[in-house]
Structures are given as C-alpha cells and as structure tokens.
Design a protein around this ligand. Structure first.
Ligand code: SF4
Length: 455
C-alpha cells in the first residue's frame, strides 16, 4: 500500500530550491509578525472540536489574536467559537495565574457544560511558571470532565510546531480514550478518518455526500465539525486520509504505528483530484467491489461537473493567475485552475512540505515563475511585472491585490464558500467568474475625474 508520511527521501538540494518551504520551523525574527505562533497553530487544529471549551490561559491579546480567525463550521454546538480566556494582567504576572485558571475552569463548566476543556498555555503563563498541567489534573478530578493542557506557548516557534503539538495532545489525551471501550478492539470496515480537514467554510460537507453514495463511512474528521467523543473513537477507522499534508503528518504516522491504520494523502480540490482521492480511498480500503463501484461513480460525477462548469471555462479560457497558498492546495489548485482554463503565471508557498512544493512545480508550466520573495514588496513587484487576471491566495495577500486593482480570490481560511469536492468545483468556477468579470475592476482603473471622484 502507498504510504507517504515523511519527506525524508527528498534530497537536500531539492528542499533547498529557491522558493521551497523552509524545513526549519522556528520562526525567524521579523517573520513572526507576519505569521502566527505555536499557540495559534495548536488552536487551529483543536478548536474545531465543537462541543469542547477552548480556554486561553494568557493575556487577552493572545486570545484576541486567534479568536475565530478561521471559518471552521459546525453542524451542532457553537461552544468552540466562544473566546474564553483567563485574561492575565500585571498582578497575575507577579502573583501567578493558577488560581485564576482554576476558577475560570469551574465557571466554564457551570455556565457552558462542555464535553471537555482544552487549556492553552501562552508565552506569559509559561514564562511566569504556571503549572497548567497540574491545574488541569486537579480540575479534571473536581469537575468530572476531561481537562486537557495544551503546552504550545508562542515562543516555541511557528504555527507548524503548534499543529504538531496539537496532534500529540490528541494522541495523548483523546484518541483511543473512549468512555466505554468496546472490547475486543476492532476496526470499522469501510470507515475513514480525514486528517487535517477543518471544515473551513463547510468544505467537509462537500465531500461527505460522495462518501455516503459509495457506502464509505466517515469515522471522524480531525478536527472539522468534530465532537469530542467522535475523536475518541478515531482509532477504529480502517484508513486515515491525510488532507493537509503539513499539519498532522506526525499524528497519522503515530496512528499507523499504534493501531496499524494505513494512511494515504488526498486532495478534494478540483475534479481530477477529487476523483483520484475517491479512487485511492476505495483502493486502500482493499474492497474490489467498492473500487469498481467508485470507478463508475467518479466517471458520472466528472461528466456532470464538467457540464456544469463548461460555461465558465469558456469565459475564463486564456486568463492568467498568480497562486500563493499552502499545504495540499499548493499543487491541487494548480490543476484546479487549469481545469478552468486558467494559466498559472507564478506560484509560491509558505506553509507546505517540500513534497507539495515539488508537485506544484511539476504541474506548473515550465516557464512559470516560482515566488521566492514573499514580502509585501516582493509581491507588489511580481504583480506589476506579471499583470495577472487573478490572484488566488490567502487573506493576507488580499490588500496587495486590491492595491494593484487585481481581482482576488481567497482560497485559505478567510473564505465563506466551500470549494471541496465536485460541488465545490462548481462553486469555485462561479466564484472565479464573478471575481474576474466583476465590473468594479474596470471602474477602478478609470482615471479620477474632477474633484477626485470617478466618473
Ligand atoms: S502565545 Fe506568545 S507569540 Fe502567541 S499570541 Fe500570545 S504572546 Fe504572542
């Protein structure tokens, strides 16, 4: 079976290529201001556990920095979206914040009745020496629900380190810790976990219908639209499907070791990638009947989707784009844009594995530019030089696009629309069409009239 969990086979010279993501995950001075910290990375992974409370043990700025900054959606409890914090102040720095945390946990249980509480250490609570782990143990005994310490203060490094720590937390305290373990342990056939799927803008809901049509059951998504008890039983899945190759690779690796759950990586962005993902899942589940069914199914869905996007493809043919994103989207968006007839003039990544970067390069036109200078200045120069019809990137690039009056599509967590699966491809085609052909761009490019107003 194909198992791809590490990048160790990549040669040094390959990972040192210009524009390739850095393997060193420690934030460099100056970079920290542009990118999020380890605490934020941990919170990104754990926060979509919707029926849990997420308490930031630190100054309010840490909580505000990351509160609801991702569009993870829930079909049930909205508790996860509450900005809960101990709000450490100067006095707490002098006298310690443990007591404050203890009372906060009690209050949260009384007011919100969570299934579990995740307590996030921050730079301040860690530097003043609060023993968060001990307080969590005490609270768990007193309150009768799991109270889980997440020791990922920002100074440990960047977001990727936080992602990894969150994976370790899930392994240590959640996965396999069922309330009433079913003995003997057995896996659910035809069931899968999606790892690194956070249900941004409802992406997960775009692929669940495809699984249901094929008779594949979703054990859990780690952690999109997830409930605490579902994650506890994630070890009963027959297959792990790694959707974000960067954030939880180690978790998938450990689950393979501990429960012998094989893992494949997959992307659900674009028609071809969605079909490949479904076929690879069917193959990896080792059920020949399911595989034959999936082959027939993906052909029908591809035909349907291509018919639906034909009109947009015709309009968008020959348009050009600059792509800057992370993870699996790094390469799968290249093929997705190609499916819409759009040529990628330049591509770059900041938050991917070297393997993702390599795949992106292989898919792009050999003449395409690899983005090396990811500073605001570098981007502005690139946009002015390439003059793309569209920029596809995350929210931070939005203002540079608007400054240069270039149509912009948010592909990262700030977006409001789901782009995963076949239905997501139709939504994406509509969104690209609306963005590129919006009359606002022509209006903006007109010269200012008298008195500074546009005609
Ligand atoms: S944890 Fe540290 S780096 Fe992260 S937001 Fe708080 S103070 Fe800033």
């Amino acid at each position: 079976m194909f198992v791809k969990l590490s990048n160790l086979e990549l040669k040094d010279e390959e990972v040192m290529e210009k524009g390739a993501p850095k393997l060193c995950m420690r934030a460099l001075p100056g970079e920290g201001a542009e990118r999020s910290c380890a605490f934020d990375g941990a919170r990104v992974v754990l926060m979509p556990i919707t029926d849990a409370a997420h308490v930031v043990h630190g100054p309010i700025a840490c909580a505000g920095n990351s509160w609801d900054n991702r569009g993870a959606r829930s079909s049930g409890s909205q508790l996860f979206r509450r900005g809960l914090t101990t709000d450490l102040l100067e006095n707490d720095v002098v006298y310690g914040g443990e007591e404050k945390l203890h009372y906060a946990l009690k209050e949260i249980v009384q007011k919100h009745h969570p299934k579990a509480i995740f307590v996030y250490s921050t730079c301040v609570s860690s530097l003043i020496g609060d023993d968060t782990e001990h307080i969590c143990q005490q609270a768990e005994k007193d309150l009768g629900i799991p109270v889980i310490p997440v020791n990922a203060p920002g100074f440990l490094g960047d977001k990727n380190i936080g992602n990894r720590i969150a994976g370790d937390v899930l392994l240590k305290y959640v996965i396999g810790h069922e309330l009433e373990p079913i003995a003997p342990y057995k896996k659910n056939p035809r069931s899968i976990n999606l790892i690194g799927e956070y249900n941004i803008a409802g992406d997960l809901w775009g692929v669940i219908p495809e699984f249901e049509s094929l008779g594949i059951s979703l054990q859990t998504a780690i952690t999109g639209d997830a409930k605490f008890d579902e994650i506890r039983s994630a070890h009963r899945a027959s297959l792990n499907v790694l959707v974000c190759s960067k954030s939880l690779t180690n978790l998938a690796h450990q689950m393979q070791r501990r429960w012998d759950i094989p893992c494949i990586d997959a992307s659900f962005y674009g028609i071809q990638e969605t079909s490949n993902a479904l076929l690879n899942i069917a193959k990896a589940l080792g059920d020949p009947e399911l595989f034959l069914k999936t082959q027939k199914y993906v052909k029908e869905r591809e035909t349907f989707t291509r018919t639906k996007i034909a009109h947009y493809k015709e309009k968008l043919a020959g348009k050009t784009a600059i792509l800057f994103t992370g993870g699996i989207k790094t390469w799968s968006m290249v093929s997705t844009l190609k499916e819409l007839g759009i040529q990628v003039l330049a591509g770059g990544t900041q938050n991917s594995t070297p393997e993702d970067f390599k795949r992106m390069k292989a898919m792009m036109d050999p003449t395409a530019h690899i983005i090396e200078d990811t500073s605001a200045d570098g981007f502005l120069k690139l946009i002015k030089e390439k003059k793309p019809d569209l920029i596809v990137a995350g929210g931070k690039t939005k203002y540079l696009a608007y400054k240069t009056k270039t149509p912009f599509l948010d592909i990262n967590h700030g977006r409001k629309r789901a782009y995963a699966g076949y239905q997501g491809m139709i939504t994406l085609a509509q969104a690209v069409d609306r963005t590129v052909f919006s009359p606002v761009w022509d209006l903006l490019k007109q010269p200012f009239g008298e008195g500074g107003s546009r005609p």
